[in-house]
Design a protein around this ligand. Structure first.
Ligand SMILES: NC(=O)c1ccc[n+]([C@@H]2O[C@H](COP(=O)([O-])OP(=O)(O)OC[C@H]3O[C@@H](n4cnc5c(N)ncnc54)[C@H](OP(=O)(O)O)[C@@H]3O)[C@@H](O)[C@H]2O)c1
Length: 284
């Protein structure tokens, strides 16, 4: 029998990708400010995940076997909801015996001592990373069976994601756009990530799991790869820069070690180049 999956943040970037591919489940998604959305075979429920009664009603209606909690990112007021929503869902998932998968970030680290393993000490240096680190601790204390997935930048190769859209737009506006060569991340293709996450949803993997892309790229390398993929010519206003010169306080090297997920999961994580090939061949 198909299991019941609830994806929070069903209108969000990752949530929507998950719901489109979760055909092995009976799927439901949550919406917050998005008034409505339609996806074949998916039911949507409006819910503020910071509201305890709202969360109870949601879970009574959906009766999920698994929750993948993607809602509450660094966008808009999402940060405010990170800790309360994580706490409510962690508690409810224990009480109702629901498998709980929470999305966290590489930004729980400060970027000074990469590569980062699951057991590496966290030391966030921005409010988003701080809220996610607090949420992780709360979940571990309330529901030790929960899976906490730490990932890196998610990129899309069919429709440019938010950051790639800004980069592409800058080739038309001519606005100075600096891509840091000293900021390293392990970006992962959102379609690949969604597939691997759905595999996680079929397994019991308690604790923290690093699930990021298989290569460490700097912002310049990633930006250039994505511009090439979308057939956009680089313009002179897009320049190499460094965090140092910018005066910004950002984590520099957030390279993650994802070997635990490699051992536990079957679906491979693919590089930017492999993802580009897969996208092109699926479209031709
Ligand atoms: N995107 C990345 O590169 C990246 C990297 C590392 C980790 N992550 C993590 O992965 C997850 C998914 O990221 P994403 O980029 O897909 O996020 P996103 O596109 O910004 O979507 C987040 C969703 O959260 C919902 N939301 C916000 N506050 C809520 C609340 N109080 N109650 C219910 N729903 C609420 C919003 O719903 P409405 O739109 O309906 O208002 C929104 O659709 C997040 O947890 C993020 O921190 C993302």
């Amino acid at each position: 029998m198909k299991k019941r999956l609830l994806v929070t943040g069903g209108a969000g970037f990752l949530g929507n990708h998950l719901l489109r591919r979760a055909t092995q489940f009976i799927s439901a998604g949550t919406l917050h400010h998005t008034p409505s959305i339609s996806l074949p075979g998916v039911t949507f429920h409006v819910c503020d995940l910071q509201n305890p009664e709202g969360v109870q009603v949601l879970l009574d209606r959906v009766q999920p076997d698994v929750i993948i909690h993607t809602a509450c990112s660094e966008q808009g007021k999402g940060i405010e909801g990170i800790v309360p929503a994580a706490g409510l869902l962690a508690l409810q998932s224990v009480e109702r015996d629901i498998r709980f998968i929470h999305l966290s970030t590489d930004q729980v680290f400060d970027g000074t001592s990469a590569p980062y393993f699951e057991a590496s000490p966290t030391n966030p240096i921005n409010p988003y990373g701080d809220a996610k680190a607090q949420a992780e601790k709360l979940i571990c204390s309330l529901n030790p069976q929960a899976t906490i997935i730490r990932t890196s930048l998610l990129y899309d190769l069919r429709t440019p994601d938010r950051q790639t859209t800004r980069l592409i737009e800058s080739t038309q506006t001519g606005e100075l756009y600096r891509l840091f060569v000293d900021e390293l991340r392990c970006p992962i293709w959102v379609e690949n990530f969604a597939e691997v996450l759905l595999e996680v949803a079929t397994k019991d993997i308690p604790g923290i799991l690093h699930l990021a892309g298989p290569e460490s790229l700097n912002r310049w390398e990633l930006g250039m790869g994505l511009l090439r993929h979308f057939g956009v010519t680089q313009t002179l206003n897009i320049q190499k820069g460094t965090i140092e010169e910018s005066g910004l306080f950002r984590p520099k090297n957030l390279t993650m070690d994802s070997s635990r997920s490699e051992r536990l999961l079957k679906i491979p994580r693919v590089s930017l180049q492999e993802a580009r090939k897969m996208t092109v061949s699926s479209e031709s």
